[in-house]
Design a protein around this ligand. Structure first.
Ligand code: KG4
Ligand code: ZN
Length: 334
């Protein structure tokens, strides 16, 4: 009999369900929450309510389009953390009751491990050990991946995540949430050298992204005093310059990590890995240093249940199940 797993993702503001059969992803259903746009960020209470509304239709669609009946499921997997507690609770509670009703095992998945394991959905797959730069709205980590479920964080941000830096500077430019993809879009038309913002240099493999937000805030305040239309007249150049600075910081430490660990297989993962500037710069750095790079499909960059399903498949093979007393962990570590 095949190993069929239903996986659920509900850590932040996407409700998603996916079915994996013997390691092959059959579908990846995602319901995005638009309710947060007008607030300029994710509102946790609204997120958990929206998960409650979306979860059953999303799971229903995942099962209905998979060609597998719920009785053929071997396990139910869910994101245990890290994430927003109220959002995680919706997924965990649903997964528990569904697994209980079907009398199948439960599998708890670490969301950040799953972002990395998204690289095992399609070919070509990286070989161990490889380094993954995991960049999302909540995290910025350099991870040494020794095996599917054996990972070590070798560097991370000491303050804001890089996705937060994208979103917060976008907000200063008057762009709606989430601003990361908009900065990416406008940056394509702009000059990355038009304005210069400070590049932080933290010790070892640590990052810091809080400084750029303050630098952009004061820079805009000064410019707007002389020209109230400064932002609209320079939007593309501002976006290109901010993006250039953030990418420079990301890649400086990635290069350092690759040198220290002597690794040539390099991957990126998480929402910010959708950024076209980061993808391009990574490719040119790779050419220069003879790296093999692994960049996930857009669909698997931002939060999705297919990556949770992939992680669950490897945990199933190792017999790593959890009990019905499992609780979500907002700050779960890799
Ligand atoms: O992984 P993700 O979907 O959710 C978290 O776990 O945080 O990442 C969301 C983050 C947001 O900060 C969003 O602005 C950023 O990823 N993002 C981007 C792009 N697409 C998404 N940032 C820059 N350029 C993009 N194209
Ligand atoms: Zn994520």
């Amino acid at each position: 009999m095949k190993i069929n797993i239903l996986a659920i993702e509900s850590s932040c503001d996407e409700t998603s369900a996916s079915i994996i059969s013997d390691g092959k992803i059959l579908n990846n259903i995602i319901a995005t929450q638009s309710v947060h746009e007008k607030y300029g960020g994710v509102v946790p209470e609204l997120a958990s309510r929206a998960h409650q509304q979306h979860l059953i239709p999303v799971v229903h669609e995942a099962i209905a389009t998979s060609g597998i009946t719920k009785e053929e499921l071997s396990a139910v997997a869910f994101t245990r953390g890290p994430g927003l507690m109220g959002s995680l609770l919706v997924g965990v509670s649903f997964a528990k009751s569904f697994a209980y009703a079907l009398d199948v095992p439960l599998i708890d998945v670490n969301h950040m491990q799953a972002h990395i394991l998204a690289h095992f959905i399609d070919d070509p797959k990286p070989t161990f050990p490889f380094i993954c730069l995991t960049v999302s709205g909540g995290h910025t980590q350099l991870v040494l991946v020794k095996d599917h479920l054996d990972m070590e964080v070798i560097g991370e941000t000491l303050d804001d995540a890089v996705g937060e830096a994208f979103d917060k500077t976008a907000k200063l430019l008057g762009l709606p949430y989430p601003g990361g993809p908009l900065i990416d879009k406008y940056a394509k038309e702009g000059n990355p050298k038009a304005f210069s913002f400070p590049v932080s240099d933290m010790p070892n493999l640590s990052y810091s992204f809080s400084g750029i937000k303050t630098a952009v805030l004061y820079f805009l305040r000064d410019q707007l005093k002389n020209n109230p239309k400064f932002i609209e007249e320079n939007l593309a150049d501002l976006c290109a310059s901010i993006q250039f600075t953030l990418i420079k910081m990301l890649l400086q430490k990635l290069k350092k990590a690759a040198d220290i660990y002597g690794v040539k297989d390099i991957a990126i993962a998480g929402g910010v890995s959708a950024n076209s500037g980061l993808r391009n710069e990574l490719q040119s750095l790779a050419k220069k240093h003879g790296w093999r790079t692994f960049i996930p499909k857009f669909e698997y960059c931002t939060d999705n249940a297919a990556m949770i399903a992939m992680a669950a498949h490897y945990k199933y093979l190792k017999g790593e199940f959890c009990g019905m007393d499992v609780v979500p962990e907002a700050r779960m570590k890799i």
